[in-house]
Design a protein around this ligand. Structure first.
Ligand SMILES: C[S@@+](CC[C@H](N)C(=O)[O-])C[C@H]1O[C@@H](n2cnc3c(N)ncnc32)[C@H](O)[C@@H]1O
Length: 253
């Protein structure tokens, strides 16, 4: 993984600040604040249903960040999540917030045997990775044959982007399809993220309150400023539909 500074700021430092802010604001802020880049509960519900996740499913969350999405799936459909995430600060935050098993690991070199999980998902991670096939092949390897693999991928809708956030490389939908096929993942269902946006009342407000507290406490810190700039660039690309989020449910072939 590239240790580009904006990525460390966004995924390590801000992750640590997030768990501290939740500790101040209250546990009801944890889930919204800890879903970084995974969209809404509706998106997670769609993906979980399309993957056939159910009570007791051992689910690997690769690139889990602060662990919100897999905690949401644990609470709503009873999966047993295991988190893998390369940023130690995010791992600590996930452990402090939700107490699920978490390992510091690069998704391209997972410390698990073949077929260790019944299911795996990866949300908002692929666009941060250069060697996408190595990452996808590893996800495929650790899921039992025929098992479900879910993805949220931010795709590039144009040939070249006017602003390129540092450390990101967005695949086109065509390139994503080629990468999935090459790594033994066949697409079962697909949905534009924009079609699954509704969130329960208060979800966005809780996430905003956490962001506001972090800004209040760290707004002068250049690491926060770099992370914010990075976020704004990505959000701008999404708003102009130059980058489009898609949810993809696959099966390991
Ligand atoms: C946009 S965040 C999404 C976090 C989480 N999946 C979510 O939806 O809330 C992208 C995550 O990918 C992680 N990441 C970056 N490179 C990675 C790699 N090589 N293997 C696994 N995860 C990686 C980052 O550290 C970060 O936590």
């Amino acid at each position: 993984m590239s240790e580009a500074e904006p990525m460390v700021d966004e995924f390590d430092t801000v992750a640590s600040w997030t768990s501290a802010a939740v500790a101040e604001l209250g546990e009801d802020h944890a889930l919204p604040a800890a879903c970084r880049g995974s969209g809404s509960p509706a998106a997670l519900d769609w993906l979980a249903a399309s993957m056939g996740l159910h009570g007791g499913t051992r689910l690997l969350d690769s690139g889990a960040g602060v662990g919100g999405p897999s905690e949401y799936a644990a609470r709503t459909c009873g999966v047993r999540p295991i988190l893998a995430e390369p940023m130690a600060g995010a791992c600590r935050a996930a452990r402090d917030l939700f107490g699920r098993p978490v390992v510091v690991a690069d998704g391209a070199r997972l410390p698990f045997p073949d077929g260790a999980f019944e299911a795996a998902w990866s949300l908002g991670v692929l666009c941060t990775i250069e060697d996408k096939r190595a990452y996808l092949a590893e996800l495929r390897r650790v899921v039992s044959p025929g098992g479900p693999v879910g993805l949220l991928v931010y795709t590039r809708a144009v040939e070249s982007l006017p602003d390129q956030p540092e450390g990101n490389s967005f695949p086109s939908r065509y390139e994503l399809g080629e990468d999935l096929e090459a790594t033994g993942l066949s697409v079962v269902a697909e949905l534009p993220l924009a079609d699954a946006t509704s969130a329960p009342e208060g979800w966005q407000q809780a996430a905003d309150r956490v962001d506001e507290l972090i800004e209040h406490q760290h707004g002068e810190d250049e690491r926060w400023q770099r992370a914010k700039k990075q976020q704004e660039t990505i959000v701008g690309l999404i708003q102009r539909e130059l980058v489009v989020g898609i949810l993809v449910a696959c099966r390991a072939t």
